[in-house]
Design a protein around this ligand. Structure first.
Ligand code: PBG
Length: 337
């Protein structure tokens, strides 16, 4: 029996969803390998890659393996890597003093990568958490009740100069101390590093989604952790306007790129920044975002490949120009295929 029911519609949006080629023609968000930044973990020594239990497929690499990984990423069209050191606990102290050593692991890693793969952009985290016994991003006031903002900034500025001298293209202060972007800019400029860029962690929220990262850099077992509370310096997840306050400050202090972190559960913040700045915006799809997709995939509840791509397209769609993601290599491979 012919169906006599007919809607009298002028608009039928499904017309443009009929075939794969039509869908491709009208898709407005394009994700490319050049939009991706790979965060990588580096350790000292000559050991084999160390798996991170809570981050399947992510390893801590020695410097030689790190260089290899950067070469592969470069070939895949991933333009940048963000390096994070994991220190042995005997190098850590209350003051994070290993951060200012001339022979610091991160400095050796940067120069090895830059001399072997000069075409790749190398950025480093500027914060003290890999270096402090307590795992905070800065040094504490004498009674330990708070992170000492200004004293921390003084150390971070020195750290940034060391990283610049080692050849890093961009420093990324992730500590959330007040005034650090300006202080770092000033220290870089007055030491002849006016070409070193700053990617500011502008809206970095006090998130529970950093848990697996803290396993990776070995700060989750710091005293007071995993309950380590960074909410006196990282943003309150309930706040939107505060991200715009931080944006104005970071722009005025000389940030070249501004960042939102985490990414997938803060898409509104990415959009908010997109509408308020002409700067390039980075978004950090953090460890917990990565791990939860893997965990669900392991249980057979989600499709890993489709979810990782969708999660990144959504971040791009919200307004991010570039995405730090632990999926960078696999997704670049997939996009190139
Ligand atoms: C620390 C830092 C963190 C991340 C990047 N830099 C963790 C934290 O603030 O405790 C998190 C990255 C991730 O979860 O993937 N300065």
């Amino acid at each position: 029996m012919p169906n006599s029911f007919k809607l009298n519609l002028v608009q039928r949006p499904r017309r443009l969803r009929r075939t794969a080629s039509l869908r491709a023609m009208v898709s407005d968000t394009v994700l490319l390998p050049k939009n991706l930044i790979a965060p990588l973990f580096v350790v000292d020594g000559k050991g084999r890659p160390e798996p991170i239990l809570s981050m399947p497929g992510v390893f801590r690499l020695n410097i030689a393996d790190l260089v290899k990984e950067c070469r592969e990423l470069n070939k895949l069209g991933v333009p940048a890597v963000a390096l994070f050191p994991k220190l042995s606990s005997r190098l850590k102290d209350e003051e994070g003093s290993a951060a200012l050593r001339q022979d610091a692991l991160i400095l050796r890693a940067v120069s090895a990568v830059k001399s072997a793969v000069p075409g790749i952009t190398v950025m480093t985290d500027i914060a003290l958490d890999p270096y402090t016994t307590h795992g905070h991003d800065g040094v504490l006031v004498p009674d330990g009740s708070d992170v000492d903002n200004d004293r921390t900034v003084e150390i971070l500025a020195k750290m940034a100069v060391l990283h610049a001298a080692a050849g890093v293209d961009m420093v990324a202060p992730s500590d959330m101390m007040d005034g650090r972007v300006g202080a770092i800019r000033k220290a870089l400029d007055s030491s002849g590093h006016e070409g070193t860029a700053i990617m500011a962690y502008t809206a970095k929220y006090a998130s529970a989604y950093y848990g697996p990262f803290r396993d990776a850099v070995g700060t989750s077992k710091a005293p007071g952790a995993p309950g380590i509370d960074k909410s006196t310096y990282q943003l309150n997840p309930a706040n939107r306007r505060e991200a715009l306050i931080e944006l104005r400050l970071d722009e005025a202090e000389g940030a070249d790129i501004v960042m939102v972190k985490p990414a997938g559960i803060y898409l509104d913040i990415i959009r908010e920044l997109r509408q308020s700045t002409r700067k390039s915006i980075a978004a950090y799809q953090v460890s917990g975002e990565y791990s939860q997709i893997h965990a669900a995939a392991r249980l057979g509840w989600l499709d890993l490949e489709r979810c990782r791509l969708e999660s990144l397209v959504a971040i791009k769609r919200a307004g991010a120009d570039m995405i730090l993601t632990y999926f960078a290599k696999e997704v670049a491979r997939e996009l190139n295929a």
